[in-house]
Design a protein around this ligand. Sequence first.
Ligand code: ADP
Ligand code: MG
Length: 716
Amino acid sequence: MAGLRDKLPLLLGAKTAKALSTALSIETVSDLLRHYPRRYAERGELTDIAGLELGEHATVLARIERVSKRTMKSRRGTILDMVITDGKRRLACAFFNQAWREKELAPGKTGLFSGKVTAFRDTLQLANPEYQLLEPENEAEAVDNFAGAIIPVYPAAAGMPSWSIEKCVRQVLDVLEVDEDPMPAELLKRYGLTGLEPALRGIHRPESWAALESARQRLKWDEAMAVQLIFAQRRHSAVSRPAKASPHTDGGILDAFDKRLPFELTDGQREIGDEIAADLATEHPMNRLLQGEVGSGKTVVALRAMLQVVDSGRQAAMLAPTEVLAAQHARSLRDMLGDLAQAGELGGAENATRVTLLTGSMGAKERKKALLETISGEAGIVVGTHALIQDSVSFAELGLVVVDEQHRFGVEQRDALRSRGAEGTSPHVLVMTATPIPRTVAMTVYGDLETSALRQMPVGRSPIKTSVVPVAEKPAWLDRAWQRVREEVGKGHQAYVVCPRIGDEPPSDKTERPPVAVLDVAPELEHGPLKGLRVGVLHGRMPADEKDTVMRAFAAAELDVLVATTVIEVGVNVPNATAMVIMDADRFGVSQLHQLRGRVGRGSVPGLCLLVTETLDGTSTRERLAAVESTTDGFELSRLDLELRREGDILGAAQSGKRSTLKLLSLLRDEEVIADARTCAQAFVEQDPELKKFPGLARLIADVVDQDRVEYLEKS
Ligand code: ADP
Ligand code: MG
């Protein structure tokens, strides 16, 4: 009998075990049995060749159509050409110097064929194919191997084809005995889940599609549970650290600020504001993610949180991904606060505080002043880049850290924050992101944070009209695009032109055209279609002071058009900019395009966003652009994006080979499982943070989750 923890050499022999280990990092019975089939072939139904991806290591159930032998002219030897088919499409295979195979590869036979999918001219090929014919040669074995109607197809690797894995799995299943289910029986019962042993048998050797489904459901739970347990433990350990309570102070700066707000808070802003206010009032650190589209009013929410902390005598730090953005945040916070931010200045309000900008590129004198304000506590709010925390700048008493733009701020950086509060306490942390993420992704990728979402836009926002400009099909539309930019400028507005590349890189030897570059486009526009307009340039490799000068000039309407890279993606706020032309728009991701266009239409005039592309209609890239054109609802877009991308892209999980954490669980389709598992995991960890009473669950984590992958999930 074999248990899940047993090593494979004793069961399968040293040679096979070594091969599994080398090809697929499979070491134990558990590793092997959690290497689930990727697909299932059905006896009598050939694999759809149209569904194969170039470059993947694929296994197809196909029929041999023809086989022919030829002699190589240059070298002595033979090539056996074989064509296999699914009845509609064909795949070409070639065997070198294996003429003897001609006897067994008779046209009309079916079998499993495995290899890397490549293309030569316009023919799909299976390179270095390995195969297993189903009949009649292997009849004895075939009956045994593939007794059922459902044939598992495994993620395979060269030297370890699907049927070899299948054979190993079968040998192991023959002696398997799972002595204890890692999931508590009560949970299995509540969610109607099958036991681990039947699930493992069912996923590898399903007797019916229904049996397969219930096996999958159970094993999805294993994945969801393992990941959510890790996050629940992480939340628990973060939250159980001490923090300084900063409850609301009556008559403080926050109250004064609220009184003079020129608008009503939206319901969302008010509700999330209350949640945050309550979090800040406890003696454990807040760890909250605030999602909300560009312009949904996150900054006001963050500022109100910061003021609550300042009112209780502590400091708040606001971190931005770039110096340009930090400077801009500092400016807009000062604008919003007015005399409430003018402590010590003429005209400052009575209980005013100070907003201090602290960045690496400041002059020595300026920086010293900022450091002094920070360490003395004069600065209630300190704005900087992430370096503010990494450089261990000293604060008098740091109570809250607001991080703008989550996706560049990983879990390690969040960990680094934990020790930055006064007297060994952790500061409260509020992370803001303008990239709407579907709930399931938020629960999985940012699982260690509580999340809040601002779904409602403040009233009075202008709509953004987006159009694709397909230059390959309609070259004249590009001229029309520049015409539109001139019209906007003619009305006194401004425009952005966004390019994927700066253009100061050394030329590459790729034959493909490189993406359009800022440094090429700007002069072309200035001397061509936008002649006479004032054109500025902004990109990430400019010195900080130059960037700042350009941003100020654009904000002051001293420039009509800003040709830029995605440095303008986040937070840049120039309400007078009403048009944006995105060059080679197909080079950007859906959410990035959505983020970019959020820069226009911030004022009272409707915004216009033109997506210039050479891609052709009907391609999947064009489909993504069409999605961006079709809706401005960021949450809907993020869902569409999830659908259009292969899930592997999102999790970074290799499609074959290496162990990945989520093999069965789909962030798109398994929302219910993820949410239920999160609730259960939270309850178990609250009861018993180290899971001492639930050794099965602790084992489950080790079995299912590759710790490196979890780190990766969080960073990506
Ligand atoms: P975000 O940071 O989410 O992109 P901001 O906080 O910068 O959004 O808000 C965008 C604009 O909307 C700002 O000019 C802000 O003053 C304004 N605003 C915020 N909340 C409201 C509201 N409730 N009603 C009207 N305008 C608002
Ligand atoms: Mg903002």
